[in-house]
Design a binder for this molecule. Structure first.
Ligand code: FES
Length: 373
């Protein structure tokens, strides 16, 4: 943790311990201590990581890059990990997962998050259109096992597509900052050159670091990338002939991830491939054969099962369960199923019919299901 005298990080002193005590909580009741601290500075919190947006830039038409200054509760991250960002939109708290793209050596006073606004992405569109310096967001601590290992690999291959560039950008920047001398190949897929986030910096890194090879693949028309079209085995074998010897980190859209995984599995080198599934595969929703009811025990509500995910069905029933990524990564939506069977939309696997914790954003009911919601 970096000590600083900045007022927004002031609570890193012993005062935080005092404010976090039971006595302080009892005095603040029925509100939390944070509710009072916010009156002085919205980034002050006893336990929560809150961050102020200090800069906003638009690298491409559909993306936004935010520089955030977190409070002293932020414990840093490993290159590749993600955070859950919560933002208040029209009075409703919305949470999504984003990977910091900055180098871990940039210090704990800044976090850089880049998001691409997808047509159906409520939070990403809000951030692209509305984020301004001074805006306050809440963050989780960094999470996830997709990260550069402490013992750096001898040869690194980073493969990304679209907005999946952010965690591998953090890896690339981190390795460059620490003077890594092994070979790095940065293989990135996007539709067109105009969609490539970090285009200028990537070109600059490739020109400056002789051990970094940049391979840009564009799928639309004749573009100025080193490669053309979507990922396929022959292209990989020609462009990166020693891919089997590299430790590979992969993040991108589901189709690309699947194609890459297939090659690594067929070659028997799956253990050398590390991946982050950051884009939700569209769940297969079978509304025609949906049977039974969804019962929300705590709120005493009942809805006819329409085949959608339990998160969607809970929201349609007027409930507001906690949710983050909506794609099975962050576990924010984990909820107790009291009875009934569900199918995991990612794997097709059926659950037991008893009482257990499930992620409702990636679970569809198979017959009647009762949730503790
Ligand atoms: S909302 Fe993230 S796992 Fe369900």
């Amino acid at each position: 943790m970096i000590a600083t005298s900045s007022p927004t990080r002031f609570l890193s002193t012993g005062l935080r311990r005092v404010l976090g005590s039971r006595v302080a909580a009892a005095m603040a009741a029925p509100h939390s201590v944070d509710r009072y601290l916010e009156l002085f500075d919205p980034t002050w919190s006893v336990n929560e990581v809150r961050a102020e947006v200090t800069a906003v830039r638009h690298q491409t038409a559909d993306s936004v890059t935010l520089t955030l200054r977190p409070n002293a509760n932020w414990q840093g991250f490993r290159a590749g990990q993600f955070v859950r960002l919560t933002v208040d939109i029209d009075g409703v708290r919305r949470t999504r997962c984003y990977s910091p793209a900055n180098s871990v050596h940039a210090g704990n006073e800044h976090i850089e998050l880049t998001t691409k606004a997808h047509p159906t992405g409520f939070v990403s569109k809000f951030l692209r259109d509305e984020a301004r310096p001074g805006m306050i967001v809440t963050l989780s601590q960094a999470d996830g096992s997709f990260a550069l290992p402490q013992q750096r690999p001898e040869r690194v291959l980073l493969i990304s597509g679209g907005s999946g560039i952010t965690p591998v950008m953090a890896m690339l920047r981190t390795l460059c900052d620490e003077g890594y001398t092994g070979r790095i190949t940065f293989l990135h897929y996007s539709n067109a050159a105009k969609d490539l986030i970090y285009a200028a910096e990537l070109a600059e890194i490739a020109a400056r670091y002789l051990n970094v090879e940049l391979l840009r693949a564009f799928s639309e028309g004749a573009q100025c990338g080193e490669l053309q079209g979507l990922f396929h085995r022959e292209q990989l074998a020609t462009a990166v002939p020693d891919y089997a010897e590299a430790t590979t980190f992969l993040c991108g859209p589901p189709g690309m991830m699947k194609a890459v995984q297939k090659v690594w599995t067929e070659d028997g080198i799956g253990e050398r491939l590390h991946l982050e599934n950051f884009t939700a595969a569209t769940p297969v929703i079978d509304s025609t054969n949906a049977e039974g009811d969804v019962r929300f025990a705590r709120s005493e509500r009942l809805a006819a099962n329409n085949g959608a995910t339990l998160l969607d069905q809970a929201e349609a029933a007027g409930l507001r369960p906690e949710a983050g990524c909506r794609m099975g990564i962050c576990h924010t939506c984990t909820c107790r199923k009291l009875s009934g069977q569900v199918r995991d939309t990612r794997t097709g696997q059926l659950s037991d019919s008893g009482d257990e914790d499930i992620q409702i954003c990636v679970s569809v009911p198979v017959g009647t299901v009762t949730l503790d919601l």
